[in-house]
Design a protein around this ligand. Structure first.
Ligand code: HEC
Length: 156
């Protein structure tokens, strides 16, 4: 290899190691499941698990690539921000951050905003068919508390 190329590779390697140093793993935790919604049917939970739980529950599956910077930064940010808005493992838990309403959940699914496109690329199981999307939408309408989807205020 030409010395110049070698130099570039060495520096790229050093950079790749250096960006692993910020302790992102501290946020890559799965706290205990506190309270799930009262699911109207097991199928609703299955669909939500396939399409939403990685970012909106405390049962996140952290693949190896999610542990390695810079991908880990993006994934971890999604999980932290996602749980703050809607957490299927802590329905009713009061946390900081603006919580979503059940109507917003339905809308996000209907419009195809959720799950996010990048996530669907990486997770074939989260690519819901039109029928599954409809089933999830209906199921969540029946499972989530109306108004604030996380039922603001009252601790579990
Ligand atoms: C890859 C992670 C990820 C997945 C999977 C995911 N979400 Fe989200 N979701 C987020 C993030 C991050 C936000 C917060 C958006 C922000 O603050 O930028 C969010 C926000 C939301 C919101 C608030 C409204 C909005 O658009 O900001 C709703 C509702 C929502 N998600 C529902 C769902 C549902 C329902 C599913 C499953 C069908 C799902 N999400 C799957 C990451 C995800």
């Amino acid at each position: 290899v030409a010395p110049r190329v070698r130099r570039i590779l060495v520096w790229a390697g050093i950079a790749l190691v250096a960006i692993q140093l910020p302790p992102v793993w501290r946020w890559q935790r799965n706290p205990p499941v506190v309270r799930e919604p009262v699911w109207n049917a097991p199928g609703t939970r299955e669909l939500a698990k396939a399409a939403c739980f990685d970012c909106h529950s405390n049962e996140t599956v952290w693949p190896l690539y999610a542990r390695i910077a810079p991908v880990s930064w993006l994934v971890t940010r999604d999980v932290v921000a996602g749980r703050e808005r809607l957490n299927f493992s802590a329905i009713g838990a009061a946390t900081k951050g603006k919580r979503v309403t059940a109507a917003e959940v339905a809308e996000a699914i209907r419009e195809g905003d959720m799950p996010p496109l990048m996530y669907r690329w990486m997770h074939p199981a989260a690519r819901l068919s039109a029928a599954s999307r409809q089933a999830l939408l209906r199921g969540l309408e029946l499972s989530l508390p109306q108004g604030n989807a996380n039922r603001e205020g009252d601790e579990p």
